[in-house]
Design a protein around this ligand. Structure first.
Ligand code: NAD
Length: 524
């Protein structure tokens, strides 16, 4: 694998070693499922009175792990441990913190097959998406280390003020806030836990991590990498339990100095409002939903557009914040593109995501599965036509899990609410426009601004980049119309209702979000 670098853009043609390593890990994990895992607080395994079984969406008879149903008391314990560890960790030289983090990232890479196999079973992602999530986590952590080094710990000598009779030295230092809370979503449980955690830790904050309940196991396996890297007790704490109780207790606690929340718009906005009810304003980095458009011009390369749209619409079953959920097509090429999308979709294999040939696995849980059926019914009522899909899969293995058909919808009027609502499922609407200005108006007429794609002539691409309201934009990309960002290449973050900081993760400006500035003036 020496010449191969795994990213979401290179994952379509991996070397054979990736497949064989993954297959072995799946077998090993399937023989060893159902163990109990604790929470991890102050370096200790902590068990709650209540537990929950973590079922696979691939086959709900499979219990992957027994996890702890933590409560408000565990939230307080974790915060107290992080508070106690803060003076030590924040005064650990940044070079040493970076060393610990590089070790954690290298352990993640060493364990990529085991972690990837667990991810496929718990999230339902296909094997390359799963391995990608794990590698992205390591790369996000490495990127924070690199930024810390490149900026020499963010210690900057400022100008000397023109004092008469005195000499002053002015230094700007970025310093950590304190206890940082990371709340992550189910769909990229590693990258969106490990990425912000790596940044918070490199900056010198201590951590409390709360994963989504559906993906508590795989995040626990990530926390093991931080533990095994030798990061001191209390610096990384991990609690599991319902967002509405344990999560809310964390958000309401005055002990939290900063938060990174990645998840839905509604939960994130509520958190923002609750978090604002404190004695002073604290940083809250929100990475929220998307309703990502793809615009296809009459001069587009339709072969590229077809494959790029297909990958971004149905990768991870449409459960990506960056999924292509709206396709807006110039009328001159509409029929041609729609025909190609229909053909290409019919070739997608739906099934067990650990298997080599599968592109589309199950959706995450019973409530998403029900929502899929409800949305299809609503589309039907609203005048939409199912170009592909429109049903859940049934029969054989499909009856054991949450499998839905990849669904392209045409004829749904642009005025229908589902053109603006994030469904977070394998459902993408396709509409026809007379010109590119109309396409752009529709593309921007949503509350979100996360990712966007364009297919057209080289002359049109600058116009697209200049006018689209989104934080991550792609033109003429067959690897994914709206998906597939990678740290260091495509830093990831959203505008408008898709994000609060305006600075993208895995990019130049991200790490300073985890620190506040102190100016040190010393008069000799
Ligand atoms: P979600 O909002 O339901 O949950 C996210 C996290 O918040 C989970 O850990 C959940 O347990 C927790 N939570 C829920 N209620 C809480 C509360 N009251 N207090 C504290 N924590 C609480 O999101 P999800 O279904 O896990 O993920 C899907 C959503 O995430 C989609 O909207 C998607 O677009 C978004 N997302 C955004 C990005 C991005 O980078 N912008 C990336 C991935 C996912």
């Amino acid at each position: 694998m020496a010449d191969f670098k795994l990213t979401y853009a290179t994952m379509f043609n991996p070397p054979e070693e990736l497949h064989s390593g993954f297959d072995k890990a799946v077998e090993k994990i399937k023989n060893n499922m159902g163990q109990e895992y604790g929470m991890f607080i102050d370096g200790k395994e902590i068990f709650a009175d209540d537990k929950f079984d973590d079922h696979s969406p691939v086959n709900t008879d499979w219990v992957l792990a027994k996890m702890q149903k933590g409560n408000a008391k565990h939230a307080q314990l974790a915060l107290a441990a992080a508070r106690k560890a803060f003076p030590m960790w924040s005064h650990t030289p940044w070079q040493k913190r970076v060393e610990y983090l590089r070790k954690a990232a290298s352990l993640i890479e060493e364990r990529i097959f085991d972690l990837g196999a667990a991810m496929a079973l718990e999230v339902g992602k296909n094997r390359m998406e799963s391995l990608g999530d794990v590698q992205e986590t390591a790369d996000l952590i490495y990127y924070s280390c690199y930024q810390m080094e490149k900026n020499e710990g963010y210690i900057v000598e400022m100008g000397k003020d023109p004092l008469v009779g005195y000499e002053a030295r002015n230094v700007s230092v970025l310093r950590p806030y304190g206890v940082w809370l990371v709340v992550s979503p189910f769909n990229f449980p590693h990258a969106l836990t490990g990425g912000p955690s790596g940044a918070a830790l490199a900056a010198g904050n201590t951590l409390v991590i709360k994963p989504a309940t559906d993906t508590a196991w795989i995040v626990r396996l990530l926390v093991d990498c931080f533990r095994d890297a030798g990061i001191p007790d209390g610096v990384v704490n991990f609690v599991t339990g319902p967002g509405s109780t344990l999560g809310q207790a964390l958000v309401d606690s005055p002990e939290v100095d900063g938060v990174t929340f990645t998840g839905s718009f509604d939960v994130g906005m509520k958190m923002f409002q609750d978090f604002g009810k404190r004695n002073y304003v604290r940083p809250i980095i929100l990475e929220l939903g998307g309703k990502n458009p793809v615009i296809v011009s009459k001069d587009a390369d339709l072969e590229r557009a077809t494959i790029g749209i297909l990958r971004s619409a149905f990768g991870l079953q449409g459960q990506k914040c960056s999924a292509a959920s709206r396709v807006i097509v110039h009328e001159a090429v509409y029929d041609d593109l729609v025909g190609r999308l229909k053909d290409a979709t019919s070739k997608l294999v739906i099934g067990d995501p650990t298997e080599r040939g599968t592109y589309t696995g199950p959706v995450i849980n019973a409530s998403s599965y029900k929502e899929f059926k409800d949305f299809c019914e609503e589309i039907n009522q609203g005048g939409g036509t199912f170009l592909t899909g429109g049903n859940v899969k049934s029969g054989g293995m499909y009856d054991k899990g949450y499998f839905c058909e990849p669904t392209f919808v045409t004829d749904l009027p642009f005025t229908h609410r589902l053109w603006k609502h994030e469904m977070f499922l394998p459902i993408t609407t396709i509409g026809k426009v007379k010109d590119l200005d109309e396409a752009m108006r529709i593309a921007n007429d949503v509350n979100y601004g996360l990712t966007a794609g364009f297919y057209g002539s080289p002359e049109e691409t600058d116009w697209f980049f200049d006018h689209i309201e989104a934080g991550v934009t792609y033109a003429n990309r067959p690897q994914g119309a709206t998906t597939g960002a990678w740290p260091g290449f495509q830093p990831f973050g959203g505008w408008k209702g898709s994000g609060s900081s305006g600075k993208n993760a895995g990019g130049h400006y991200y790490l300073p979000l985890y620190m506040h500035e102190q100016i040190r003036t010393l008069v000799k």
